[in-house]
Ligand binder design. Structure first.
Ligand SMILES: [Zn+2]
Length: 272
């Protein structure tokens, strides 16, 4: 599932066409991605110029006018890509916004993704701070730890109302970086070192996944295939996928179990 760095990379695919006017729109009206917003409503974007975009956690917002925005969630398998403007509709291309220069494509074979239209000037005023924002402070985290003392570390990291944009691989990476078992209770955590590890992994993921792949092709999410460049070998990332992976620090075989309802990998030696 795309996490904040993959989402940022996806946003940049379409953002390359800021300033372009939409000249036609293709939709697959029966696709589940239209469960919040019927496909015909998207006709309002016809003739409008894409003026800007931003990402927040696992969601993206593409702006067409001061109070007209298209929100996109990639879900499990959603992908944003671009192609020549005469791109012919491929299987699972549920939305195509065409400009003179390019086709902006939302393809999603499992259809957990979704889109929404907003006619507010800022539809995102209610969202919590992202880990990479300055408002994601030690005080903010301390308050969350106090409010959820029994929550396991992994569950805290995956809670989108607390750490928006962090998903399974980043959460495992943060626990490993902290040297803490993913099931440890929040009450035992130190907000300062937690914030430091979250920021290290978040900012590192943005650099390794979003910055280093901006001009590379994206083909699907798995190490080395969603993106040409992935986090380095001294991160847990490259070792946690397949059974039998070893800790990049101490070489001990990684443990695996379900924690906070997700498959979790950790080092039994480094993460007590
Ligand atoms: Zn280890």
């Amino acid at each position: 599932m795309p996490e904040l760095a993959e989402v940022e990379l996806a946003r940049r695919q379409w953002a390359a066409f800021h300033g372009e006017k939409i000249i036609s729109i293709d939709t697959q009206p029966k696709a589940r991605i239209y469960r919040d917003c019927p496909a015909p409503a998207l006709r309002i974007l016809d003739g409008k110029k894409l003026v800007g975009s931003k990402a927040h956690g696992k969601r993206m917002l593409f702006s067409f006018a001061p109070a007209l925005h298209l929100e996109v969630h990639l879900g499990m398998s959603g992908k944003l890509s671009v192609d020549a403007s005469d791109h012919s509709v491929a299987k699972h291309d549920h939305l195509i916004l065409r400009t003179k220069k390019a086709a902006l494509i939302f393809n999603d074979y499992r259809m957990f993704g979704r889109i929404m239209l907003h006619d507010l000037s800022d539809p995102w005023t209610h969202l919590p701070p992202q880990p990479q924002d300055s408002k994601f402070s030690v005080a903010y985290l301390r308050k969350k730890l106090e409010r959820h003392p029994k929550k396991p570390l992994k569950g805290l990291l995956l809670d989108q109302a607390i750490c928006p944009g962090i998903g399974n691989w980043m959460a495992d990476e943060i626990c490993w970086k902290l040297g803490l078992h993913p099931a440890i209770h929040s009450a035992e955590l130190d907000a300062t070192s937690l914030r430091k590890a979250i920021r290290f992994v978040t900012l590192g993921a943005l650099k390794h996944v979003a910055d280093r792949n901006e001009t590379a092709s994206t083909t699907g999410f798995a190490p080395g295939s969603y993106v040409a460049n992935v986090p380095p070998k001294n991160w847990l990332f490259q070792h946690r996928w397949k059974k039998g992976g070893n800790c990049p620090a101490c070489k001990v075989e990684l443990s695996r179990d379900t924690i906070a309802s997700r498959t979790t990998a950790w080092c039994p030696k480094c993460q007590k």
